[in-house]
Structures are given as structure tokens and as C-alpha cells.
Design a protein around this ligand. Structure first.
Ligand code: G3H
Ligand code: ZN
Length: 284
């Protein structure tokens, strides 16, 4: 199967009251793990590339790997740019064959964020590419994007209504208390805010920083309009722990495949678990 537009996957999820997992890829093994997990669970899936992944692998490698992976399975696979930093980067990804892009205009004021998101949407529409926008500022660290607790702010439901109606964006990332990276304690999500946003906006909502958020809270967020759940850190953890275990147990091992093979297996397991929490298993 070729790459699917993310918009279609999210509208189906909204109807079915589940969420599609958007899993960050860091290398070939993780791309393979994401697709293998989705295939086993018969789930639609989104592979996303962060700024760090793009720097590490290059846009065209990511597109090439994902296209091959998607062609090897029957489940729908979307390829998404995560936290796109500029109009130009979104265009580069569209040109390369991504089926979806995120333009993260959260550092701008509302008017400028709307204007930037609209510029991306105008081009993306011509190619049938979906667009995710962000309103509010999600805290924590993801690759080069660092937002301190002081800088982070939650999404205003009234702004969300204006943002969605003026841009017609396909998905909206909301800040309701999650953060990128490892949590120190258990995150507390602002469900009242999420309910208020859902009342005003019919756009599928996106939960970022979802690694480490308890399954119950994720399910509750899904019941209040979240249709895309982003996971990166938990995959990195599982992958690296498995590779580290091989190195510690066999310090003389020199075959990278002996480290990366078990790491890929560990990533498959964690992704399968997340897919079942999101309820997208059996939906493809
Ligand atoms: O955009 C990517 C995600 O929001 C991942 O967050 O690393 O905390 O799972 P996470
Ligand atoms: Zn994120």
C-alpha cells in the first residue's frame, strides 16, 4: 500500500472513537518496528519524523524507508513531519513525498500562527497532503525543541475555535498538561480544558508528549476528541535498553545486527502495547 493521507485516518478514528498512534522514527529499525507492530495489530499507523530524525537520516531517506515499509503491509501508513519549524521545511517534506506535515507555529502570536499555517495549507492542499497545527505551547524537550515549564502555556479554547475555523487545519495539537520527554512524576491532564476545546472544535485533536502518560488518562483524552497520540520517548527507551543489554551481556559482540535486532523486537512490543491502549487495533 502507498502512503495514506493522515486526514482520512484521523476522521475514521474520530468516528470510531479511537486514536491513531503517531510513532517517531529514529532509524531504519524503528521504521520497520512501527510498521510490523501495526501489521500484527491490524491498525492504521502514522510514522513521524522529528527535527532530530531529519538531521540524522535526511528527509529523502526517511521517505524512501517509509514508502518501502508501507508497501510491505496492507494496513494504512501515513508519513508525517513532526513539529515542522518553517514553511520551507514543510514544502521540502511535501516535495519528498510525505503525506502529512505539522507546522508548529506555537512560538508565534495567534494571528501569525494562523497566517503561517494557512500558507502551508494552501500548498499542502494542492498535493492532497494533510496539515497539523499547534496552539498553546507543549513543554519539555524533543531533539532541538526545548520549552521550559515557564514558557509552556495551555491552549485557550476560544483561540482554538478561531484557529480551526480560520485555517481549516486537519488536526490540532493541544497543550493540556503533557510534556515531551521523561516525566518526573505522573502528568496531570487538564480534561476540563480539553472538553471545552472539543465543544468548540470538530477538528481531530492531537496529544503530544504522550510517553509516560498512564493508559487510563490517554483513553480519557481519546473520549474527549483526541484522535492522534504521539509517542517517541517510550520507543527510544525500549530500543536503547534492549541494545544496551546485549552490549552489557556480550561486551565482545561486534555485530551491530546482534544489538539492533533485539532492539527492534523491543520497539515492536512497546508499539503494539500503545496501539492497544489507543484502541486502533483491528481497525485496519
Ligand atoms: O512530537 C512528538 C511527541 O509529542 C512525542 O513525545 O517523546 O514525550 O512521547 P514523547
Ligand atoms: Zn510533540
Amino acid at each position: 500500500m502507498g502512503l495514506s493521507p493522515m486526514k482520512e485516518l484521523l476522521l475514521e478514528a474520530q468516528k470510531g472513537r479511537y486514536a491513531v498512534g503517531a510513532f517517531n522514527c529514529n532509524n531504519m529499525e524503528i521504521v520497520q518496528a512501527i510498521v510490523a507492530a501495526a501489521d500484527i495489530e491490524k491498525s492504521p499507523v502514522i510514522i513521524q519524523a522529528s527535527q532530530g530524525a531529519i538531521k540524522y537520516a535526511g528527509i529523502d531517506y526517511i521517505t524512501g524507508l517509509t514508502k518501502l515499509a508501507a508497501e510491505s503491509v496492507k494496513v494504512p501508513v501515513a508519513l508525517h513531519l513532526d513539529h515542522g519549524t518553517s514553511f520551507e521545511q514543510c514544502i521540502d517534506c511535501i516535495r519528498s513525498g510525505f503525506s502529512s506535515v505539522m507546522i508548529d507555529g506555537s512560538k508565534h502570536n495567534l494571528e501569525d500562527n494562523i497566517a503561517l499555517t494557512l500558507r502551508v495549507i494552501e500548498i499542502a492542499r494542492l498535493f492532497g497532503v494533510s496539515v497539523e497545527g499547534e496552539l498553546g505551547k507543549i513543554g519539555g524537550t524533543e531533539d532541538d525543541i526545548v520549552v521550559s515549564e515557564r514558557e509552556a502555556f495551555f491552549t485557550d479554547p476560544i483561540d482554538a475555535e478561531r484557529f480551526c475555523s480560520e485555517t481549516g487545519v486537519d488536526a490540532l495539537a493541544v497543550a493540556i498538561g503533557t510534556a515531551h520527554g521523561l516525566y518526573k512524576g505522573v502528568p496531570k491532564l487538564d480534561f476540563d480544558r480539553l472538553k471545552e476545546i472539543k465543544k468548540r472544535v470538530s477538528t481531530p485533536l492531537v496529544l503530544h508528549g504522550s510517553s509516560g502518560v498512564p493508559g487510563e488518562a490517554i483513553r480519557e483524552a481519546i473520549s474527549h476528541g483526541v484522535a492522534k497520540v504521539n509517542i517517541d520517548t517510550n520507543i527510544r527507551e525500549a530500543f536503547t535498553e534492549a541494545a544496551r543489554k546485549v552490549v552489557i551481556e556480550n561486551p565482545k559482540e561486534i555485530d551491530p545486527r546482534k544489538m539492533l535486532g533485539p532492539a527492534r523486537e523491543a520497539a515492536i512490543e512497546v508499539i503494539r502495547e500503545k496501539i492497544r491502549i489507543f484502541g486502533s487495533n483491528g481497525k485496519a
